[in-house]
Design a binder for this molecule. Structure first.
Ligand SMILES: Cc1ncc(C[n+]2csc(CCOP(=O)(O)OP(=O)(O)O)c2C)c(N)n1
Ligand SMILES: [Mg+2]
Length: 284
């Protein structure tokens, strides 16, 4: 499998300069390599996307995919994974999709450590609906629904996922494709809930290229197993302050997944049923 085999003939309708191209151009070689290396067969990959500009990525990658509805990428991906644990399920969600309408699903997927990968195209704006604020838009954001400037501060999605129990927490940037590739590869190979917030610039409604270019740096000599240090690094930038903005894998932990726990629970229930049946038979 070569990267070019993962292209499709669907016309691409993203705006020139859109950060979604970087996500697309990072995920395709990663999937091709994982397939070539025998680590994840492409026929076992399922991409689940939300509704928004980001959602169109499903049209542009020649792999199994499912267009979910707005805010519901994660429950759809969870269902696919639980129904067929052999599949490798990757969600592509928007910041509106995953942090507004679908936030509860994100929290519970992290809490349960569902073995899926979630990549957020965090352009900090509702792109498809032409420029309204989202939960990660900064204070003062001037958009279609906030012409006088947004009065509420943003959330820090990394802290939310970390506090909820996410076992892989990372941040990438759409102007750094090599780092994105490294993070995506690790996220897909990670067993458990992998979360990647990608600062994906919306060139049309919220162009932050200059802002990010002046502030981003890649985490180095960072041990992602160190919880305290991971948290400290996640707090270094709150999506509102002036940076610096760390990128990379903040936190990674090996923990039992929802699938593992479900199997354990199932065998306990079977055992319990057997004992109840045995006891009842003694009475009859
Ligand atoms: C249930 C539901 N609510 C709202 C909408 C309208 N809607 C379509 S896309 C969108 C926002 C998309 O923003 P985001 O998830 O950030 O994706 P982006 O376009 O920025 O990639 C909204 C609110 C919808 N289609 N379905
Ligand atoms: Mg968005």
């Amino acid at each position: 499998m070569k990267t070019k085999d993962l292209g499709t003939t669907a016309p691409n309708t993203w705006c020139p300069g859109c950060g979604n191209f970087a996500i697309l151009n990072a995920i395709k070689p990663v999937l091709a390599d994982l397939d070539e290396e025998g680590l994840v067969a492409i026929e076992n990959v399922v991409l689940v996307s939300g509704i928004g500009c980001h959602g169109k990525i499903a049209d542009y990658v020649n792999a199994n995919s499912f267009y979910a509805i707005h805010g519901r990428t994660i429950p759809v991906a969870t269902g696919i994974k639980l129904a067929n644990p052999d599949l490798n399920v990757i969600c592509f969600a928007g910041d509106g999709d995953a942090y507004a309408e679908g936030l509860d699903h994100l929290i519970f997927a992290a809490k349960r450590n569902i073995d899926i990968t979630t990549i957020i195209h965090d352009n900090r704006v509702y792109g498809l609906t032409t420029g309204q604020y989202t939960p990660t838009s900064p204070s003062g954001f001037l958009g279609r629904s906030t012409p006088a400037g947004l009065e509420v501060p943003p959330i820090n999605p990394l802290e939310i996922v970390f506090a909820s129990g996410g076992s892989f927490v990372a941040r990438g940037y759409s102007h750094g494709i090599e780092l994105l590739k490294d993070i995506f590869r690790e996220a897909i190979l990670h067993r458990g809930f992998s979360f990647v917030d990608v600062l994906q610039v919306c060139a049309t409604f919220f162009n932050l290229y200059d802002y990010y270019n002046e502030r981003v740096y890649t985490l180095e000599e960072h041990d992602p197993r160190d919880r305290d240090r991971a948290e400290e690094k996640m707090r270094e930038w709150d999506y509102n302050s002036d940076g610096p903005i760390p990128l990379g894998i903040f936190y990674r932990e090996d923990a039992s997944t929802f699938g593992d726990n479900f199997m354990k629970y199932n065998s306990k229930i079977t055992d319990l049923e057997g004992r109840i049946r045995g006891a009842l038979e003694g009475f009859l």
